[in-house]
Design a protein around this ligand. Structure first.
Ligand code: C2E
Ligand code: CA
Ligand code: CA
Ligand code: CA
Length: 271
């Protein structure tokens, strides 16, 4: 038993250090990724099911490490947040998305909204508002073209600085969207306290539509709540025609998911 225990321990500890080594390795590589031009944005279309037109896109960060290996966001965003790199990377993301929003919207009658994911870490950093104002000027972007996606955890502690920042962003004309809705602590009281214009129904509920009655009910409840509070809706992670049909039947008309399109580079999106 002792031997077994010891082997277990060795296995466990080498497993742990493997994770640590990967973290250190990623953190080190992140240090130079920005200056080496290793990041890019892909955009995933958001479709209006009634008109079948693209009404928006979500910017999703891609890291082409050493220009040779694509690292998925789930493997590095958390590390970028913990190490603070997310501040600089986040500024690059905003600048790039603002520029692309200008390219899409200049001379267009019906604006395309470009959604950007913001980490809580970027809000806690004091300079978010100033750096956004600076980037707007630099890129000539209209804030009405931009949706800022935040998560419920940002609103959880009802922090004054965060509340003020969101209010200023709202006054500047940005739309604020609550991402992954339903997965967090979902105190509905947030929704009226903060200037949220849109709710994104989390993909876990959307994907349960076919075979999970609870998920169907949750989707319906979120939709009717959003409507009664006057919030717009996007359903994310739509993978099948059946899911799209259910959402349209429930009167959620804006959808995003692999069924319509994967995230793609700017040039590959047909507007
Ligand atoms: P998220 O914001 O919830 O983004 C949606 C994720 O779902 C994306 O994964 C997208 O590719 C994926 N997705 C879209 N449609 C479908 C579908 O039909 N089925 C399935 N199974 N998945 C779908 P991705 O690009 O790997 O990003 C993962 C997460 O990383 C994002 O989740 C977000 O939390 C974070 N992230 C990505 N880009 C950024 C960024 O620019 N800034 C920050 N702070 N976080 C980002
Ligand atoms: Ca998102
Ligand atoms: Ca999401
Ligand atoms: Ca997420």
């Amino acid at each position: 038993a002792k031997k077994h225990g010891r082997n277990n321990y060795q296995f466990y500890s080498s497993d742990l250090s493997q994770t640590t080594i990967e973290r250190i390795d990623i953190e080190r590589a992140l240090r130079t990724a920005l200056q080496n031009d290793e990041f890019l944005l892909h955009y995933q279309p958001q479709i209006d099911l009634k008109t079948e037109k693209i009404v928006g896109v979500e910017a999703l960060l891609r890291w082409n490490r050493n220009h040779s290996e694509m690292i998925p966001p789930n493997r590095f965003i958390g590390i970028a947040e913990d190490s603070g790199f997310i501040i600089e990377i986040g500024e690059w993301i905003m600048q790039t998305a603002f520029k692309d929003a200008v390219r899409w919207n200049t001379g267009r009658a019906q604006p395309i909204s470009v959604a950007i994911n913001l980490s809580s870490r970027q809000f806690i950093h004091n300079n978010l508002l100033n750096s956004i104002k600076h980037l707007l000027k630099k890129t000539h972007c209209n804030p009405a073209w931009i949706t800022l996606e935040i998560t419920e955890s940002l609103l959880l502690n009802d922090n004054l600085h965060i509340r003020k920042t969101l209010k200023s962003l709202d006054s500047l004309g940005f739309r604020i969207s609550l991402d992954d809705f339903g997965t967090g602590y979902s105190a509905l009281s947030y929704l009226n306290k903060f200037p949220v214009s849109e709710i994104k129904i989390d993909q876990s509920f959307v994907q349960g539509i076919a075979d999970n009655n609870d998920h169907r009910l949750i989707v319906q409840a979120i939709i009717s709540m959003a409507k009664s509070l006057g919030k717009e809706l996007v359903a994310e992670g739509v993978e099948t025609a059946e899911q799209a049909k259910y959402l349209l039947d429930c009167d959620c008309k804006v959808v995003q998911g692999f069924y319509f399109s994967k995230p793609k580079p700017f040039d590959e999106i047909d507007m």
